[in-house]
Design a binder for this molecule. Sequence first.
Ligand code: TPP
Length: 377
Amino acid sequence: MTGAAFAERLIGAGFDLFAGVPCSLVEGVIAALERHPGLPYIAAVREDVAVGVAGGAWLAGRRPAVVMQNSGLGTSLNALASFSLMYGLPALCVVTWRGHRGQDAPEHRLMGEITPGLLDLLGIPYRVLAPDGIDDAIAWAGRELSVTHGPVALVVPPKLFSDHGAEASGDARPEARPRPVSPYAAPTLTPKISRMTAIAAAMKALGDELVVCANGYPSREACAVADRPQNFYMIGSMGLAGPIGLGVALGRPDRRTVVFDGDGNVLMSLGALANVAALAPPNFIHCVFDNEVYGSTGNQVSPSRYARLDAIAAAAGYRTVAAVDDAAAVTAPLRRMLASDGPHFLLVKVTAAEANVPRIPHAPAALRDRFRAAVSR
Ligand SMILES: Cc1ncc(C[n+]2csc(CCOP(=O)(O)OP(=O)(O)O)c2C)c(N)n1
C-alpha cells in the first residue's frame, strides 16, 4: 500500500483533522494529507503541540489524528499523560517506528527499543501495522476510539508503505499566500495591575466566546472570576494553551476562541505562535497575562522580562498585536479584537501578585464534557 492510499483510508474512516511532525517513513502519507483539498493538515512545530491541537479539535467536535515519529512520542509524553489521557480525549496517533529491531541510526536505537513499552506504560492501546492487516487495524482503531476515551496508536514499521524512500516529487506546497508582516514597535509598559484584575477586565469583554486557560494560576483566577462552561481550564500540559485553543478555533471556525495564557506557558511552546500565524484562524484571540515570572511555582524569573512576546507574535505574523498595562486598556482592545478578523495577540503586562484562589474544583472529565457541550451549542 502507498502512504497516499493509507491517508485515503484514514480520511475514509472519518478522521477529519490531522496534525503532526514529519518522519520519512510516512512521507507519502503526509504528502497526500497536505494536498488533500478541504482537509487541515497542521504542520505542528512539535509533536506535543500536535497533541494539543488534536485535543482542542476533538473538544470542538472533530475526529483528529496525529502523525509523529516515535522520537516525538518522547516529546509528547507530558501532553499525552497530563492532557489527552487525563481528560480522556480521543485521537488517533500514527507513530512511526524508527530503531525497529535495532536496525537504524544510533539516535533511534533506544527509542526504537522502548517504543512499545512506552505505549504500554502510558496505557495507550496500539497495533503495529503489517502489510496485509492495514484495513483491519484502521477499523480496530476506529472501534477503540469510540469506546475508550483517549488516544489510540497505529505503529508504522519501516518500509510499510511502498512510496517510502521514493524520489521526492518536488515542492508540493500549496501556493503561498503572501501575508505582509506589519511593522510593530513594542510600547514601554509598567506592570501595575494584578493578573486577577486583568482577567476580570478581559472577562468583561466576553459574551459567549470559548476560553482556553493556561495551567496554574491563570486557570484558577479565571475560574474564580467567572466560572462558565465555555472555559476550558488546563490542569497540566503546560505550554499547550495556544495549541489547544488553535484546535478549538479550527474545529469551530464560526465561534471565537480566546486563549488566556501565561508568559512561561507561551515561551514553552514559542514555535506554536508560528503555527497560529501560518494558519491564521480569524476567530483566534491570544491574550497573554505576562507577569515576567513563573508565578504558579513561586515567582521564578521568566525570560519574558527581556524578550517581548508581543514583538515576537508580530514577527510571527499575527494579524494584529497590542500591548497594555492597565485594566481599562484590556477590555476595549479585546472588544475590538472580538469584533474583527484575527489572529489577534494582546499582551497584558501584570504584576506578580497572586490572588488567594482555590484549585479548579471540577474533575477533568467534567471539564471536558461541559466544555464540549458548550462548544457544540
Ligand atoms: C512541563 C511542566 N513543567 C513545569 C510545570 C510546573 N509549572 C506549573 S505552572 C508553571 C508556571 C507557569 O508560568 P506562566 O505561564 O508564566 O504563568 P503564571 O503562573 O506566571 O501566571 C510551572 C513552571 C508544569 N506544570 N509542567
